[in-house]
Design a protein around this ligand. Structure first.
Ligand code: ATP
Ligand code: MG
Ligand code: FE
Length: 366
């Protein structure tokens, strides 16, 4: 069973060939990050146009790298949502036409299910172990209970952010501090040089609910406001503007370039912000794991690339006899191998999409 996966929900045009849900023969990603960085965020119209430009060469390259021909493909899987409508439509239209031309089935995949399978696929996919999945990305911070029942993966959403996603908070705070876009990777790397206990973001409360009705929701807009207030009350504005202007003049700034532009107080603020965000993610996830009796935690989405998140999750899981699993680096950000992997059980079940498949920008999971 060879599945061609196609992903175009946001700012990555991706295609991959995966055999039997876990054997990745190719995983091609054309990112538009550099282009959107000029605008400080993803511009939907530009994203659709780039997807249109990239989809044909990206799919062709995925077949070439896999060493197969189009006729060898057994099914075409595509992201149906959530994501940007115009961006999703490029992948969906192409996948539909491709499947139709080949006379092979079309499979619709939820992007979030894809992120979860980026981890599950490395575990051989099928496992009866009770699993709690944290999807933490630019658009989502969601907790799902995932279980395989009669060959079908079922999900139950047990927690979500009530405001900003964690990745969004990283990006917004990086912007407040005059750092480049996307800000997550910068904050991740700069945090190593600051004191995470310097700024106590204690007042950022998490909602635990009550004993009868526990809550596993997240909130990240409060901490963003707290950072802004800190900047204002500590007279950091002028230095931030200077840093922003200097970085704009450097083509591809290195970590050393950026670090040289941050004083100790700024590095402390960055490290403290990260410690607070990572701490919140871990506390709520561990509380949910305990409440639902999950044995395995899988963390995925762009923020899963974060080094501190990984090490602290592993430590905390170890203390509780749980396992914490993360995707390989290439699988944590948007890609199509995870889409093809998530499609595999659906292929086995004959769960196919018809020619009327449409983009669902607000598609939910579970
Ligand atoms: P979604 O999957 O919810 O539709 P998305 O596709 O935009 O959203 P991803 O591409 O999965 O999200 O992840 C991008 C986000 O991950 C950005 O917000 C980025 O700042 C964040 N990110 C990437 N690397 C790191 C890191 N090392 N530490 C923290 N955040 C990171
Ligand atoms: Mg992305
Ligand atoms: Fe994503």
């Amino acid at each position: 069973g060879l599945i061609l996966g196609i992903e175009s929900s946001c700012d990555e045009t991706a295609a991959a060939v995966v055999r039997a849900g876990s054997d990745v023969l190719s995983n091609v990603v054309a990112t538009q990050m550099q282009m959107h960085a000029l605008y400080g965020g993803v511009v939907p119209e530009l994203a659709s146009r780039e997807h249109l430009r990239n989809i044909v060469p990206v799919v062709r390259e995925s077949l070439r790298q896999a060493g197969i021909e189009a006729k060898d493909v057994d099914a075409v899987a595509v992201t149906a949502g959530p994501g940007l409508a115009g961006a999703l439509l490029v992948g969906i239209s192409y996948a539909k036409a491709y499947a139709y031309a080949l006379g092979k089935p079309l499979i619709a995949v939820n992007h979030l299910e894809g992120h979860i399978h980026a981890v599950l696929m490395e575990q051989g996919g099928e496992s009866a172990e009770s699993t709690l999945a944290l999807v933490v990305s630019g658009g989502h911070t969601h907790l799902y209970l995932a279980a395989l029942e009669d060959g079908v993966w079922r999900y139950r959403n047990v927690g979500r952010t009530v405001d900003d996603a964690a990745g969004e908070a990283y990006d917004k705070v990086a912007k407040l501090l005059g750092l480049g876009y996307p800000g997550g990777p910068w904050i991740d790397r700069l945090s190593a040089f600051g004191n995470p206990k310097a700024v106590p973001f204690r007042f950022v409360e998490i909602n635990r609910g009550t004993a009868e009705q526990p809550s596993f929701d997240f909130s990240f807009s409060g901490i963003k406001t707290a950072v802004l207030r800190y900047i204002e009350t500590h007279g950091m504005k002028a230095a931030i503007e200077e840093r922003r202007a200097t970085l704009e003049k450097i083509d591809s700034p290195t970590l050393d370039d950026v670090r040289a532009l941050c004083n100790a107080e700024t590095l402390d603020l960055i490290a403290s912000f990260q410690a607070a965000v990572v701490g919140n993610l871990i506390r709520q996830t561990m509380a949910a794991a305990q409440h639902f009796g999950a044995k395995r935690i899988v963390v995925s989405g762009g923020v899963a690339a974060n080094k501190e998140l990984r090490t602290r999750f592993e430590t905390e899981a170890g203390k509780r006899a749980l396992t914490a699993r993360f995707p390989a680096a290439a699988m944590s950000t948007d890609n199509a191998a995870m889409i093809a992997a998530a499609a595999w059980p659906k292929f086995a079940q004959g769960e196919f999409a018809g020619p009327a498949l449409n983009a669902t920008p607000q598609l939910r999971l579970g």
